[in-house]
Design a protein around this ligand. Sequence first.
Ligand SMILES: Cc1cc2nc3c(=O)[nH]c(=O)nc-3n(C[C@H](O)[C@H](O)[C@H](O)COP(=O)(O)OP(=O)(O)OC[C@H]3O[C@@H](n4cnc5c(N)ncnc54)[C@H](O)[C@@H]3O)c2cc1C
Length: 383
Amino acid sequence: MTNRKALISGAGVAGPALAYWLVRSGWDVTIVERAPELRAGGYKVDVRGAATTVLHKMGLHAAAKERDTGMKQVTYVRSDGRKIASLPADLLMGRRGDDLEIMRGDLGLLLADACGADVVYGDSISEISDKSVTFASGRTGEYDVIVAADGLNSTTRQRVMPEVILDHLGAYISIFEVPNDLGLEREEIMYTEPGRLIFAYAMDADGPARVGMTFASEPLTYDRRDVSAQKDLLRAAFAGRGWRSDDFLAALDDAPDFYFDSLSQVQASSYSSGRVVLLGDAAYCPSPAAGQGTSLALVGAYVLAEQLNNGGGFDGYERIMRPYVEKNLAFGRKMAKDMVPGSRLAIGFRNYGMRTLKFHPRKEQVIDKVLAPMHEAANAIAI
Ligand SMILES: Cc1cc2nc3c(=O)[nH]c(=O)nc-3n(C[C@H](O)[C@H](O)[C@H](O)COP(=O)(O)OP(=O)(O)OC[C@H]3O[C@@H](n4cnc5c(N)ncnc54)[C@H](O)[C@@H]3O)c2cc1C
């Protein structure tokens, strides 16, 4: 047992997952979270491969599985809403074994409940000096280890390792809640036109739906705190476009939640500096296109805790994580290219594939082959 003190910035996925392990090995852990409270919902995320082993080790896999989104099918539609093809979600998403899909907020709540650390909401780090940390609230504290688990745009990382760059993958993504006018129930609808992707899904016909709008773009300059400017960027990209573009834009003003960010990766040549270590998206965000960020966060938390406890330290953490991270970053770059097809030809080709797939006598093997790189990336580390 130790009496070491850790400060974790961010109560998303990576932060509470790390706290879970550290608290159990005697660390004194504080998590500081900028948001005023933890919120359920958000968007759905996959947990795959090695990360499911981590959930099992935490004793949380069964609880996470109980909250699985249980999506049944994915339907591709044309601009006028006519169906191109419907396919079983498990087949298309290539879920294997213990893989699961859960709302990010539900997973966050599970982890926060289980972690056993003090979580201070509505505060954040404002200064890190040799000896102490000062918070926006004016509090101060001294810690042996400071963990930046504050996401893609981590301000802790920007403060301590400003040299770490974000690699823009050529698109922006927005997610928000809309009324479930489509009557979706455990179904996801996908619509694509050149440079644009819209997806919408809901778990219950009575509950709200979530819509994602993704558009290809060079890097844009905008104020990250100005939500209404971000909504305007989305309006400019989708006004008058196909399927339900205008209906979804009309719901923007009343949307209770709104996420907007570039499809970006974090490229860090080192995961630590001094007492500060990067974890999860702050260290190696593979972009939402990879669908692997949550898994990296869970596995990274497990490996970091293990290395802090067995003397491997930050170097051991980086040595073990690096090959797994690089595989997932490469996979994310490939998926980002395919996510928003640029031409009608590419979309026509994809639609033809979707229409004919369900009649293919060996469709499972076809999908397995297409998704092999994803499973390879998801399992590229031994836990
Ligand atoms: C649309 C979308 C779909 C996705 N789909 C998938 C998927 O299918 N599979 C998958 O594995 N991953 C997916 N991801 C990625 C996944 O959500 C992230 O990789 C994962 O949540 C990373 O966890 P994290 O804890 O590192 O960061 P986050 O979950 O981003 O958590 C960071 C936390 O830090 C807090 N914070 C931010 N700044 C500060 C600050 N200055 N001080 C204190 N707290 C701060 C934030 O409020 C947040 O609570 C998706 C992401 C998006 C956006």
